[in-house]
Design a protein around this ligand. Structure first.
Ligand code: CMX
Length: 434
């Protein structure tokens, strides 16, 4: 058994009595109430999920296992001379709640390399899709196509045991994570770079390997590490995490569950917003025909978008009520590496003009930028101008969080999810409407 799996087994044994005690002795303690607004309004703020992988405070933003983003980046082991940590070490942190040593991290880097070979039939499946297929469809399809590799599905077929089910979920999750960079890079090079595939050389850590297969030089390896870590987890109520959890709760394996979660990520109100930000900005630049926008012009574009009934992509959030620290973290990267980039300047201009406009419009509860407002700029700078692809990279990162979650779901035996629905008439009766 690997060091991580052993540590995880120990953490699971320690944790199980806490969950059992809560259910057995305190099961009928009330957590909150649900209003009609929440029933109709997408369950916003209803506290009915549990995860220890990350917690999202509306004002502070995300903490991964108790660590803020700067704390996470500072504490985890990094490759020599690099600014961002090994993604593999971050996987260790999400699963166990502990910062791995360099030795533990490097052991995991080796394990990922061993697991990283993507079966050839996956590429055949991708090649069979029409060329204009959206890269998110390709990504989700590739993962689903690999389902026959599932160790959990085999374990279930051969005689399921609730106490040990997490082990094969962990195996599937690690296999998947190790393979996602190659699948994502294949989709990119196949679709946008004349099918000139750069094979996985099996020698690099996850971030460096992705950069290599994308064909982009350093410091893109650090961009990949930063990007995957920042996009990993945002507690379990967001659409991609929740979908993955919901599907896994039926005892579906990690392949079915992750593929489903990525389909949720592909929505414009969720992960697709990062491509929408760049698409929106390109529209602005096309209209300006090379001219630099002034703040007044930018304000007008923002109002025009709102008045045509569309949202401003990259702004607002269902939980956050301040600037997303994932935005801040990427902004710091931009200030260091691309301070004079034209698109970065436009995005910064949006930061200055959009919040006031959203406040003036009076609808959005949070006028501040989210992660998606800043991420496309960095990718564009390093040559990935095909913004349809951005959500795929978000998906590689998001997989780390949701797979850690469903491994723990199995470990703690979380139940099949099945909330109760009511009819509109029932709600009218509850409201006392005659
Ligand atoms: N531009 C214009 N209007 C916005 C807005 C924005 N950026 N954000 C919210 N609003 C509007 C909503 O559309 C809603 O309008 P209606 O009452 O007409 O339906 C109103 O403000 C209230 O919405 P809210 O409670 O503030 O926000 P929600 O929790 O319903 O939705 C989110 C959150 C992110 C979907 C929304 O802010 C949005 O559409 N943002 C733009 C898309 C985006 O950036 N998504 C990425 C989020 C991060 C991620 O998951 O990747």
């Amino acid at each position: 058994m690997s060091t991580l799996k052993e540590k995880l087994a120990q953490k699971i044994m320690e944790h199980r009595p806490r969950t059992t005690k809560l259910v057995k002795e305190y099961g009928d303690v009330k957590v909150g109430e649900v209003t009609i607004d929440q029933v109709i309004g997408g369950a916003r703020g209803v506290r009915c999920l549990v995860t220890d992988i990350s917690y999202l405070d509306p004002m502070e933003g995300i903490r991964f296992r108790g660590f803020t983003i700067p704390e996470t980046m500072a504490a985890l082991p990094k490759p020599e001379g690099k600014d961002y940590p090994y993604v593999e070490g971050f996987w260790y942190l999400l699963l166990t709640g502990e910062i791995p040593t360099m030795e533990e991290t490097l052991e995991l880097v080796e394990e990922f390399k061993k697991r990283s070979k993507v079966p050839e039939y996956v590429f055949d499946v991708l090649r069979a899709l029409p060329a204009e297929t959206h890269p998110m469809v390709m990504f989700s399809t590739a993962i689903l196509a690999m389902e026959k590799e599932s160790k959990f599905a085999k374990f279930y077929e051969e005689g399921f045991n609730k106490m040990t089910a997490w082990e094969t979920m962990y195996e599937d999750s690690t296999d998947l994570l190790a393979r996602l960079p190659e699948i994502a890079a294949f989709i990119y090079r196949y679709k946008y770079k004349n099918n000139e595939i750069i094979p996985n050389n099996g020698e690099l850590d996850m971030g460096a390997s992705f950069a290599h297969m994308m064909g982009i030089a350093d410091p893109y390896d650090d961009v990949a590490r930063m990007y995957f870590i920042l996009h990993s987890d945002h507690e379990s109520g967001n659409a991609s995490a929740h979908t993955t959890h919901l599907v896994a709760s039926t005892l579906s394996d990690a392949y079915y569950s992750l593929s489903a979660g990525l389909n949720a990520l592909a929505g414009p109100l969720h992960g697709l917003a990062n491509q929408e930000v760049l698409r929106w900005l390109q529209g602005v630049m096309d209209k300006l025909d090379g001219q630099e926008p002034t703040e007044e012009m930018m304000k007008q574009f923002v109002w025009d978008t709102l008045n045509s009934g569309q949202v401003i992509p990259g702004f607002g959030h269902a939980v956050l009520r301040k600037t997303d620290p994932r935005y801040q973290s990427q902004r710091e990267f931009c200030e260091k590496h691309l301070p004079n980039d034209k698109i970065f300047k436009y995005v910064d201009m949006l930061y200055r003009v959009v919040p006031d406009i959203l406040v003036a419009q009076g609808k959005a509860k949070n006028p501040w930028p989210n992660v998606d407002a800043q991420s496309g700029v960095i990718q564009w700078f390093y040559g990935i101008t095909e913004y349809d692809f951005y959500t795929v990279m978000f998906g590689v990162g998001r997989a780390i969080g949701v797979l850690a979650n469903i491994t723990w779901d199995r470990a703690l035996g979380y139940a099949l999810e099945r909330p109760k629905s009511l009819t509109t008439k029932m709600l009218e009766d509850i409201a006392g409407i005659k």
